[in-house]
Ligand binder design. Structure first.
Ligand SMILES: [Fe+2]
Ligand SMILES: [Fe+2]
Length: 244
């Protein structure tokens, strides 16, 4: 009898998923590797390739495929909202794009040090200034700039506690960014980086398609298959459950 996942890799066998250590270390999640190993001895296989529980990605994935098929609703909405605010305030297209991309690593890759990871993911495909702005929005978030009306986020007081102090590398990188000629591009990201997580109508991606088309160099082989230094990072988002 056919099952719905028969046209996926490893059909007919139980597929075992071992979560990546970076997602479980220190969380109290039980180490299930020994059990999975036992199951594997009994005929199950470690998952490799498309996971039937996830929407299948196109053969040549484009930027928005990751937003549509891999990101959760928070990440999707946050990026659209931020880019929409930048657009409405008349920011240059590069800044709108930077806002649309700024937390991209949180979508389906990794949260910690997300500005740095996000910048690395997009660097081969965008103007150097866009990647730079994305990288430094992370440290800049922790430091006010009254000249543009940016204050330390109320949300962060709730998220991290009133007494949270950013570590040394974040202070250092904030200082560096503050004196850089692209400072304002990065600062603009922090200004439009508002959290609006109440449920509501989705902001349509279509309104950003032209800007993405003009400023994001979509590789013809698809993200993940162009041989760039970060291609493996995009593949990891396509196949987050691969054993190796
Ligand atoms: Fe961020
Ligand atoms: Fe953000």
């Amino acid at each position: 009898m056919n099952t719905p996942d028969d046209d996926f890799p490893q059909a007919g066998r139980k597929r075992l998923i071992l979560p990546s250590p970076i997602g479980t270390l220190g969380t109290g999640a039980r180490d299930i590797e020994p059990e999975l190993y036992e199951e594997m001895q009994r005929g199950a296989v470690y998952m490799m390739g498309d996971n039937p529980a996830l929407p299948r990605m196109p053969e040549k994935p484009a930027l928005l495929d990751f937003y549509r098929l891999r990101f959760g609703s928070f990440a999707r909405r946050h990026h659209c909202q931020s880019a929409k605010l930048a657009m409405q305030s008349g920011q240059p297209e590069k800044v709108v794009l930077a806002c649309f991309l700024h937390d991209i690593s949180n979508g389906a890759l990794v949260r910690c040090d997300h500005g740095y990871w996000s910048a690395q993911l997009i660097a081969p495909y965008v103007d150097e200034e866009v990647a730079w702005a994305v990288r430094y929005h992370q440290p800049l978030r922790y430091f006010a700039d009254e000249s543009v009306g940016y204050q330390y986020p109320e949300a962060y007081k709730k998220y991290f506690g009133e007494d949270y102090q950013p570590p040394g590398y974040m202070r250092r990188d904030h200082e560096y960014a503050r004196n850089h000629r692209w400072y304002m591009s990065s600062r603009m990201i922090t200004l439009f980086d508002v959290y609006a997580f109440e449920p509501g109508p989705e902001i349509p991606f279509e309104m950003f398609e032209d800007i993405i088309g003009r400023h994001f160099r979509q590789p013809k082989e698809g993200l993940g298959f162009d041989g760039s230094p970060v291609a493996h990072m995009w593949r990891s988002m396509m196949w987050p459950n691969n054993f190796l």
